[in-house]
Ligand binder design. Sequence first.
Ligand code: 13P
Length: 347
Amino acid sequence: MNLDELNKIANKMVAPGKGILAADESTGTIQKRFDKIGVENNEDNRRDYREMLFRTDTAMKNHIGGVILFDETIRQKAKDGTPLVKLIEAAGSVPGIKVDKGAKPLAGAADGDTITEGLDGLRERFVEYHKLGARFAKWRGVYEIGAGSNGMPTPSHNAIHANAHALARYAALAQENGIVPIVEPELLMDGAHTIEACEGVTEWILKEVFQELYFANVKLEGMILKPNMIVPGKKCPKQNSVEEVAERTIKILKRCVPGAVPGIAFLSGGQSDEEATAHLSAMNAIGNLPWALTFSYGRALQAAPQAAWSGKAENVAAGQAAFAHRAAMNSLASLGKWTQAAEKKAA
Ligand code: 13P
């Protein structure tokens, strides 16, 4: 492992004004997105859609430091035969790969507690993905706040500990193979819990994750953290202000994430496009942060281009314009400079 090289890759992914495009939807997840816009979920449509994004020059060159791909996509070629990975590299962006195999019910635990699978054979998969051009990877642990089917609230200590351990083993394997790990512990925003509950559980999760990363000898300078923001559950009657979300999120991150980590890139997690952007901008406006603080959005970058495109070749320009707009707005947010006025002017 060359730590300088890993650190250089990580810094490139979160360079000033840049963030990450999470385009790593599994075939099942993209099905849900395509269903919404009436597009058949086949290999060609998945390729056409992603090719449209990766050929959006203004967004890719200026605002997207890395793209997370799914296994199928990292092997796919554009219509003219160019590998999609090459389109990403040509734009000056880093190709990455989702390597986890999804969250499964955790044996012995209450409903809602899951463990993410995919460690077996991962060393060999990393060797292949590196050859295919991946220079970073993603693994997502998932946690849900709930009452728990066995009378014990979720997430349990066992779920938090087991996922932290898996994240650390994945991250160590990634670094061993010259690949920057994105470490993604996601506390879901489903449910009616308060912002205080999200804050307390997220702090617990992050403390556990960084403890396990230390035990596994993961080098913090060669990784990126992808956390949830501190937000109330979607069904919570009290929805907090943008400023409060920003202040609480920064407070918890400062408590838990060492300054040696080059970047923190948030997931959007079901927030609306504009909420995800406003929250990120408010956090960066607070300033004086030890890490780059940016986006690694899936839905909050792609919902607009998906709707504009709707699977029609004649809508490619509109899809690209919608993607370029969201990328530009989130780029401003990563600098703490997004405003409602910028949102409206550019729309
Ligand atoms: P969302 O921004 O849609 O939450 O997706 C990000 C991601 O990569 C989830 O794993």
